[in-house]
Design a protein around this ligand. Structure first.
Ligand code: SAH
Length: 391
């Protein structure tokens, strides 16, 4: 979550870590399989339609407690509360950038792992930036999310909960043209590699797209990937209109492998072929993300090589000046180099933008906060091997 991390005032909503020997948390209802829920309701002589009522209450009506679900029978509500929780996550930390209404949440999962998600509000848009994994297994050398490797994939409910919690921070009665009353966009650019958890992500995005729920249209969803060719093709084949962003970060395999270690196994040509396939199949132009690391991948030669690489493709380049991560030996590009890159790409007919940083108070890259709160150790600790399958 490159441009979306903040160091901000802490708001009061925080949770206390469960004590040793505390009772098991109740299952979050968004992750309970429909069949299980149907059977649970049948035991209480309740019709299956209660399931859609409950879901609508959480996804559309902003209910955060069963007690508030006024269309459910009064006796059923405490029973639900005794067996399930509305959310399986707890807000560990809530930060708010007053300058631009950006919110950042650190969520504690039922197994005490932490993830981060962000709400960005500008120009009438409310964009949720969500995580798909605890940690990340891709090992990009400049990124805080992968410093301790990947722990596990998030469940569908955990992905949806991030969206719901962020949506609940929007103002439903907003008449300000700059502030949307609900979520309008989703960027899957938080912690983790989205395509390594593709099936669950797709399920979560289907929930997000439901007209009677969060109602975020497919064309307003961007999935960012390190570049897993087989998964990019799979995504192209599902027939959805999601937007794809590929984290390229270097124009040659030699340099990319230094910055993005998984490139060793894939290589740029296979990624570009898969991205071209995505464009052919979906008609949606691919964005190439390029984290600009001062003195590493930002000189005029790199810009020219990048322009050559993308020539003839209907591509858009998003330059992301590196956000400092404590303890990592990189630096932001100097203005001249960034401008030079923009001009070289423009001259080659490639559309290019520099990603804005959100929140004037921003100074820590995403993934760092979770590490601080978890008291994480050195790089590599608990790290799954790169490319190793996880669940
Ligand atoms: N695994 C996905 C999502 C990562 S986050 C991917 O690789 O695309 C989204 C974007 O932010 C990626 O392009 C990632 O490389 C970039 N990013 C991560 N940490 C960053 C940092 N400290 N500064 C700038 N960009 C960063």
């Amino acid at each position: 979550m490159a441009a979306m991390s903040l160091t901000l005032p802490v708001l009061p909503e925080t949770s206390v870590p469960p004590a040793e020997g505390a009772p098991q948390p109740l299952p979050g209802i968004l992750d309970v399989p429909t069949d299980t829920l149907r059977a649970w309701l049948a035991e209480r002589r309740q019709p299956p339609m209660r399931i859609s009522q409950i879901r609508k209450q959480i996804l559309a009506n902003r209910a955060t407690a069963f007690e508030d679900m006024s269309d459910l029978p009064k006796d059923l509500r405490p029973e639900l509360a005794g067996s399930f929780s509305v959310f399986s996550t707890k807000v560990e930390k809530h930060m708010f950038a007053m300058s631009d209404d950006t919110h950042k949440l650190v969520l504690r999962l039922a197994d005490d792992k932490m993830i981060e998600c962000v709400l960005i509000q500008e120009d009438g848009r409310a964009t949720a930036c969500v995580s798909t994994q605890v940690g990340c297994g891709m090992g990009c050398v400049f990124c805080a999310s992968g410093l301790n490797g990947v722990v596990r994939n998030l469940t569908v409910g955990e992905i949806v909960e991030q969206l719901v919690r962020l949506r609940n921070l929007t103002n439903p009665t907003s008449t300000n043209p700059d502030r949307a009353p609900r979520l309008t966009h989703i960027v899957v650019m938080g912690m983790g590699e989205p395509l390594a958890n593709l099936d669950r992500l797709l399920e979560a995005l289907a929930v997000a797209g439901d007209k009677h729920g969060l109602c975020v249209g497919q064309r307003h969803v961007t999935i960012s990937t390190v570049g897993l060719p087989a998964k990019i093709r799979q995504l192209a084949d599902v027939g959805k209109q999601y937007h794809l962003a590929v984290s390229l970060h270097a124009p040659t395999d030699a340099l990319r492998t230094q910055i993005v270690p998984t490139n060793d196994k894939t290589g740029i040509p296979a990624i570009l072929e898969a991205a071209d396939y995505f464009y052919e199949k979906t008609g949606r132009q691919v964005t190439y993300e390029y984290v600009v690391l001062g003195g590493t991948n930002d000189d005029p030669t790199h810009a020219k090589e990048l322009a050559r690489l993308l020539a003839g493709r209907k591509a858009h380049v998003n330059l992301i000046p590196w956000n400092d991560v404590e303890g990592l030996p990189y630096r932001r590009p100097v203005e001249g180099n960034l401008q030079g890159m923009i001009e070289t790409l423009h001259r080659s007919g490639i559309s290019v933008k520099v990603r804005k940083r959100k929140g004037a108070e921003i100074d820590a890259a995403c993934g760092q906060l979770r590490r601080q709160l978890e008291g994480s150790g050195e790089r590599g600790e608990g790290r799954a091997k790169i490319g190793e399958p996880i669940t």
